[in-house]
Design a protein around this ligand. Sequence first.
Ligand code: TTP
Ligand code: MG
Length: 581
Amino acid sequence: MTSVRKLFAFLKPYRRWAILAPLFMLIEVSMDLTQPYMIERIVDDGVSKLNLPYVLQAGGIMIVLALIGAIGGSGCTVFAVWAAMGTGADIRAAVFRKVQAFSFGNLDRFGTGQLITRLTNDVQQIQDAVQALLRIMVRAPFLMIGALIMAIITAPQLAIIPLVLMVLVLSGLILIIGRAYPMFNQVQARIDDMNTVMQENLAGVRVVKAFVRAPYEMRRFEIANNNLMNQIINVARIVTITFPMMMILMNFGVVAVLWFGGIQVIQKHMEIGQIIAFTNYLATTLFSLMMVSMLVLQMSRAAASADRIEQVLDSTSDIKDRPNANREFNPRGLVAFEHVTFSYNGSDSDPVLKDITFTAKPGQTVALLGSTGAGKSSLVHLIPRFYDVTAGRVTIDGVDVRDVAQTALRRNIGVALQEAVLFSGSVRDNIRYGRPEASDDEVVTAARIAQAHDFITALPDGYDTMLGQRGVNLSGGQKQRLAIARAVLLRPAILILDDSTSSVDVETETRIQDALGDLIRERTCFVIAQRISTVLKADKILVIDDGVVAAEGTHAELLDTSPIYRDIYDSQLGSGGAAHG
Ligand code: TTP
Ligand code: MG
């Protein structure tokens, strides 16, 4: 419940509406409370005494009061909606902002499906709860207490009836809520599961189709979907007995009122109008009590959601800027790994990189070669600090990357990640993603270096062609080339190309390398490759094998000294392979 209190901070900017809503509700409640009294007057003073002018006059007053009440009610609703929607939007923004600050490690832990649920469904729960709270918080208790007092004033002889009923109802509600609360957390967790299946399926729909796994995916989804349904039914089963229970108690109450009240009327201690008003007040009391209980239920569901949102907001990124981090970092690009060991789950799991030491100087192209899973991507991810080393250190121009502010650090590093991800938007916007202010000339230059200019100009709208959701789709190699252009456009001190030409033909790859030549003359360039042809001209080749540097040198040196390199060379370009270069 502490998280609920924390989330209430988000209501603060909207406190004007959050205060006005209950105030307007007070107007409606007071008007509602007068209605049974007016009916009593009309029955006992008007109808019973056949006084028509009195009936008309009192009827007129009733209508006016009802109108005032309606204004109060609508005002409350409007203000409550403003406050709730504003709060919801702010929470969503805060969660989104937090996710932007997440490290790769945080993202690995939460997973996309969960983050989506928390950003949508969980925020929705809170939004609904705030709205309900602002409308019912005042209405239900005031109506309940007001109606109870009015009932007792109307017929003190019958006061025991509502009091006994309320005790019974309250004990029932406490039992129900106590059982329902823990189940709401389960509901949200099932929504997580369903979103994860759905999100994975949509992202990988082509693979699903290619492997004809739709039936399997359907089953997976069905299971998640049914689990969710069953969990909601479980909660509902408990919650739904509230209403019948209330109705039964209420009917008992009415019978009791008519029974005891009838005796009083016969003995001339009470009038009929009093009994009508009393029954009315009794019904209002119990209905309000039920509203309070529904609100409490909704609040407990919102509390479960609030916890989940707090988990996101409270999780600190494991990659943080140090307090005195360098924000004006303009290195030349001397990258050094000093006895770097790294594992994805801290020091307790097997390291994927072990005691890596090497340097890459400005102007050098360092190639990383090695079989899949050897740790090449993991290694370069340490340079922009996507993850932190477990032991040892990575320095740029002698400065530990952990001493540099992340934005300052990453401004100097252009990365084309192994998986080329483009955004919906124009080709141009995709290329200048890292530097939106880049001129059209710069975009074209970058595209030319990446050998993307020709195919871009052949697209229907050239650089303005829209990609993604409702736009053109590109081939794997075309996407890779845009990703290279995007990295190149930054003109970074350090350029990292992670298997960026794996889907590009060898000839185009050579042209990209030649074109890069000018650009990287004073920069440090990391090239990861599976193909040996990609690395032939590198100034330094690191052969990575199972997380260690197995050999280091130029192509010519390695041919002589490294059996592993020799093997790779022979298998790809040697005797049997297609000769190249
Ligand atoms: P990578 O560094 O991704 O291996 P790689 O880049 O050399 O392979 P490829 O040529 O196929 O791109 O992975 C090294 C090891 O780390 C591998 O055993 C998988 C593991 N790993 C994780 O545990 N978590 C992760 O997020 C990643 C990326 C890898
Ligand atoms: Mg890789």
